[in-house]
Design a protein around this ligand. Structure first.
Ligand SMILES: N[C@@H](CCC(=O)N[C@@H](CS)C(=O)NCC(=O)O)C(=O)O
Length: 226
């Protein structure tokens, strides 16, 4: 299925789902081949493997994984040097799952409307921002008690959720910085400053892409850890 000797990840640099998948893969230091796709012109090879047409998609031999959380688990079950996943208790896993479920569900719906309020003229942008508040206030309350969502250290839930809060913060950076979420600000800043995040967001040059597609380049991800 995948002729490359390395697992192949179809990704889109700014997509929050793809960001969390890349973060887990980089943390696990699993070498992969990274293919940046255009969402307006998705590669037919990717669509043949996963007809739903979303990124990220990971191809590992005959296995295709087209859900970002499952890609995170695939990576961290192989290697979890930063203790993001494998050491979580059942109670911590349940809490993580609930937070991520609310993030990917109710929050994502309102976040998209807040980001693209001009496409949803039935309400104002401020209205959509207010709809995000009940989710964000719950996260803010957790972060008022402890530095990260589940533990005093970063875990799976922080990595799965922060790319979405990043999008929220970027709609109106000034409002976010001075608004009602001081603990979210602190939490988000500490995650954005992770060298791992900076690495997953690095742009690939056209030259590097071209070489890689001809098989001349280094694998995009080598042995890396935070
Ligand atoms: N549940 C999927 C959602 C992935 C998703 O929706 N990705 C967006 C990009 S951020 C996408 O590919 N959308 C399809 C499109 O824009 O055509 C996952 O967790 O991987």
């Amino acid at each position: 299925m995948n002729p490359s000797p390395l697992p192949l990840l179809y990704s889109f640099r700014r997509c929050p789902y793809a960001i969390r998948a890349r973060m887990a893969i980089y943390s696990a230091a699993i070498p992969i081949q990274l293919e940046e796709v255009s969402l307006k012109d998705k590669p037919s090879a990717m669509l043949e493997l996963s007809s739903k047409g979303t990124v990220p998609v990971l191809v590992d031999g005959d296995r295709v994984i087209d859900e970002s959380l499952e890609i995170m688990q695939w990576a961290l079950m192989q290697n979890d040097p930063n203790n993001w996943y494998g050491s979580l208790s059942q109670d911590e896993l349940n809490k993580s799952q609930e937070m991520i479920h609310n993030n990917d569900g109710e929050f994502k719906i309102w976040l998209d409307r807040y980001k693209y309020a001009d496409r949803h003229p039935e309400h104002s942008q401020e209205y959509y921002r207010n709809q995000c508040a009940s989710y964000l206030e719950r996260i803010e309350a957790v972060l008022a008690q402890q530095p990260y969502l589940i533990r005093h250290e970063i875990t799976f839930a922080d990595i799965a959720i922060f790319p979405f809060v990043r999008q929220f913060s970027m709609v109106d950076q000034n409002w976010f910085a001075h608004g009602p979420y001081p603990n979210l600000n602190r939490w988000l800043t500490s995650l954005l400053e992770l060298p791992l995040f900076i690495r997953v967001m690095a742009k690939q040059s056209a030259e590097k892409n071209r070489k890689e597609s001809k098989g001349q380049g280094e694998p995009v991800l080598g042995n890396m850890s935070t």
